[in-house]
Design a protein around this ligand. Sequence first.
Ligand SMILES: [Fe+2]
Length: 347
Amino acid sequence: MQESEVAYLSFDQDQARTLAAASQNLAELGGPQARGVAALARQWAQRIQPTLDASQQAALQHFADGRLAALMCTQMTCPGSDPAPALLPDLPTLTQSERCLYLASRNQLLLELVHYRAFAFDIDNEGQVVRLVGNFKGGGSVLRPGEDPTSRIELSSHAGLRLGPHTEAPYNCSVQAREGRSPAPSALILSARWNPANEPTRIIPLRPVIEKLGSLHALALTSASFDFTRSDCFVAGQGEAGKATSMLQFDPDGGFAMRYNAYRFSLNDHASEAAGRAFDAFQALLGESEALPFVLQPDNALLINNSRALHGRDILQDNRRLLVRLFGYSRFAQPAVLSEDPLLVRG
Ligand SMILES: [Fe+2]
């Protein structure tokens, strides 16, 4: 069952060379945050498209249509060697670095291959399209230089803490903007610049979970019975907590859309008993579900359908682990657009 929720796409040598040249080209122009790069990424994707064989095209189409939980892209290349340093450099240095821009550009190109648009929320990640995921704030299994082991560490992708299974915020809606707020990302894409300890990103496809849950519990999860706390990565004062929202909705493109976060969701005070039982049953099933491990490295990238899969990871073991993440909207998503190029939406 879970097999069919995940697909693999490996590129041949010619395709990998074209992808590398394209990523280099986009990175030299400034990467996903630079004006005009999205259109160029689309052009490169259109050039690569006809070189794909039938099974590669089928995998991409399947993801584009919302029918896969995850698509692992493999056998890509990076120019030159890029060994992990002794210590993780600081965030501003990494943000400017050619290699991070290269991987971010390649992620944007892969999003374009499934007809998704890379974007940023105004209230998240300082409004930037590219998010570097690494232990910049502490909380890993090994202390950072100068880290105070008694300080409170934020639960975000800029820390080393374990992140339980979740979909990406915001949690107000999934496909169409509501009350002026944009939906959750349709997908995220992750690649690794460094992952010396081969620490996996874990995915739980939700379709088998919902099917095991049964129809009445699933129906109860569509009721406005759940609260969520504010995300630590939001800009100060923005993106407040939510009350009485649903977790699950019917979606014609993919069948359903889920919003959930193991460390942020709880039952609303006014929720019915039936909703409470459904919430417990859902969490119990998650506990039993086997999360699928994906070890990210520079030669691969993982597309995750944010409506159809949960993702998470364990506490970081090696503080040099650095991922490059982009959010994407599918062709079905209707965000509240603030600026088209680069795409910035209201969170
Ligand atoms: Fe996440």
